[in-house]
Design a protein around this ligand. Sequence first.
Ligand code: ADP
Length: 230
Amino acid sequence: MTFDDEAATAHPGVRMLLLGRQGAGKGTQATRLAQLCGVPHISTGDMLRAAVRDGTPLGLRAKQIMDAGDLVPDEVMVGIVDDRLHLPDADRGWILDGFPRTVGQAVALADITARRPLDVVVDLVVDNAVVIERISTRRTCDGCGTVYRADDAAIADGTCAKCGGTPRQRDDDQPEAISRRLVLYERETAPLVDHYRDVGLLETVDGLGTEDEVFARLLAVVDARTTTPS
Ligand code: ADP
């Protein structure tokens, strides 16, 4: 049995959403948790950036919207996520990061997942001042999407330690686009926190601290929601 198989056995599949401001650490934590639970980490931002890199029709349409810090229209996003959640690797579950981002998307997701509903929604909480600092110092590899801090020794020579690509500041991580995205988060996405609290699915996790500390907190709430009490 490989490590991944063992981990997946210890942690049953999970269907969950990660909410939280830009820079809260959703991508980092979701990647780790997805590996441990043996389910795909589905980041709509990563999917859109891949489409932009590949120059697909979706990528061409999304690029300007993303660079300005705006939101891609709901009907486009819903179609992408609906298709993705029906791929075979999503059978045991999935971790959605970056979707839903609007009430319209949340309503559509409830339809898509009607037969196999969500186990938990985690709000990863980090306040504005901290996320602004994190976003302005983050660098994203243009090859594999790995996120680094600007002062990380692993990219001191200007190349990504994982794939040899070039870590850059995302266009939407420039100050103007950051403020726009944070305003949109408060207006469009923050109301989802109340919505999921009302339906009893919400868990709140403090996103401050080391990556390991945050991961331990996240794992505790996910385990509590997915382990059948004996
Ligand atoms: P962040 O969480 O740091 O804003 P993401 O990587 O999740 O970054 O998303 C980057 C951009 O991709 C968003 O600013 C938006 O333009 C677009 N995007 C991603 N997911 C969605 C979504 N669910 N609905 C609309 N636009 C989206």
